[in-house]
Design a protein around this ligand. Structure first.
Ligand SMILES: *Cc1c(COP(=O)(O)O)cnc(C)c1O
Length: 406
């Protein structure tokens, strides 16, 4: 039987309204960014061997990874990953709530909760998703989310996605945060801050912010992506270092991809928070669980990070050595005592030029430019790791002295 064709809808005959071509528009935006010398470039690392990276057939000493404790290539992490991959394969095969939640995930969550002194912990596939998930689960339209201006992009995105009113206070300005909270009437309020700021390396005034939240009845959230493993007793992080309890900081988020040398993230806090996230955090519910072998590797990393204080000791020796060496050379240090030691350059093209000069001398250092940092505040983001040697640091300082002076 011939199928009867539906008549074409009437409006296909009418000329469509002119629209922008979306791919063309994107190409124009990319060209504008290129013209402003702000194009981001993707580079392929051919091989990684501790802090040594091979790019374009050249070996460069990297000072830009977030592998602060030097765990990313540790044999115990690799062995744990292989053991679980040998036993269970690679993929978790589904979301946590279907059949993706394995023993390796559960063991890691328990270890993270114990380490950070929280009742429970919940794994997310990335830190970006963890922050989107927490903010979207906690905040509703009409609520206010108060944040430090220099918070990581995903905290800012999370508040916007949740439909809350986002208020950003000047960096570390507790009085300004207090005014924003006081001005928000009876709205539900969350104050979120990075523990250690990713592009500046300084620490948030956590104790003052916690007191403010207690006074204002606001919920306090700390993103400790750069503090966990590095600060606090046995590396328990910024919140531990500040002596704050779960009651004072009920929402603690941190990642597994920085000092722990793996990938993924978690949120830790009271059972009621975790139970609610399992129900309502869409980036938790609707995504594939991280590979169980990766969870096993992260558990090995947590154990090493807790046990091996010498990694933090080494890092602090390197940090002091870098700061005193850079100060002697008159380099533009920022007030950071963490593994993130940026040098503030100012103009984006100057930062790029210095990064190129360093690369000529065998060092990989990233030039961070707007919009990642504010206009006029381009910088070299130098990161130190327990895997660096002191003589390597001295060589970097010598190269920096030459490159910045040029
Ligand atoms: C890296 C980072 C994130 C994102 O974590 P990923 O696991 O890399 O997605 C979130 N917050 C801060 C402060 C970070 O530095």
């Amino acid at each position: 039987m011939p199928t009867s064709r539906k008549p074409a809808p009437a409006d296909t005959a009418v000329a469509a309204a002119p629209r922008p071509d979306l791919l063309d528009r994107l190409a124009v935006q990319t060209a504008i960014r290129n013209g402003a010398q702000l194009l981001r470039r993707l580079r392929t690392i051919e091989h990684a061997d501790g802090p040594w990276l091979e790019i374009g057939g050249r070996r460069l000493l990297s000072f830009c990874s977030n592998d602060y404790l030097g765990l990313a290539q540790h044999p115990q992490l690799v062995a744990a990953l292989k053991r679980v991959a040998d036993g269970e394969g690679v993929g978790s095969t589904s979301a946590h709530l279907i059949c993706g939640h394995r023993a390796a995930h559960a063991a890691l969550e328990e270890a993270l909760a114990a380490w950070t002194g929280r009742e429970r912990a919940l794994l997310f596939s990335t830190g970006y998703m963890a922050n989107l998930g927490v903010l979207q689960a906690l905040l509703a339209r009409g609520d206010v989310c108060v944040q430090d201006k220099l918070n990581h992009a995903c905290l800012l995105d999370g508040a916007q996605l949740a439909g809350a009113a986002l208020k950003r206070y000047p960096h570390a300005d507790v009085a300004a945060a207090a005014r924003q909270l006081a001005g928000s009437g009876e709205a539900g309020a969350l104050l979120a801050t990075d523990g250690v700021f990713s592009m500046d390396g300084d620490s948030a005034p956590l104790r003052e912010l916690a007191a403010l939240c207690a006074h204002q009845g606001a919920t306090f959230m700390v993103d400790d992506a750069h503090g966990l493993g590095v600060l606090g007793e046995r590396g328990a992080g910024s919140v531990n270092a500040a002596g704050l309890t779960q009651h004072e900081v009920p929402v603690l988020m941190a990642t597994l991809g920085k000092a722990l040398g793996c990938a993924g993230a978690f949120v830790a806090g009271p059972a009621a928070l975790i139970d609610g996230l399992i129900q309502f955090a869409r980036p938790y519910v609707y995504t594939t669980a991280m590979p169980p072998a990766l969870a096993a590797a992260a558990l090995a990393a947590v154990q090493l990070a807790q046990a091996e204080d010498w990694r933090r000791d080494r890092l602090s020796v390197l940090i002091s050595r870098f700061r005193s060496g850079a100060a002697q050379l008159g380099l533009p240090l920022l007030p950071s005592t963490s593994a993130i030691q940026p040098l503030l350059i100012g103009a984006a093209d100057a930062a790029l030029r210095i990064a190129h000069a360093l690369e000529q001398r065998g060092f990989l250092v990233s030039a961070i430019r707007p919009p990642t940092v504010p206009q006029g505040q381009a910088r070299l983001r130098i990161t130190l790791s327990a895997s660096h040697r002191e003589d390597q640091l001295d060589q970097l300082l010598e190269a920096l002295g030459a490159a910045v002076a040029q």
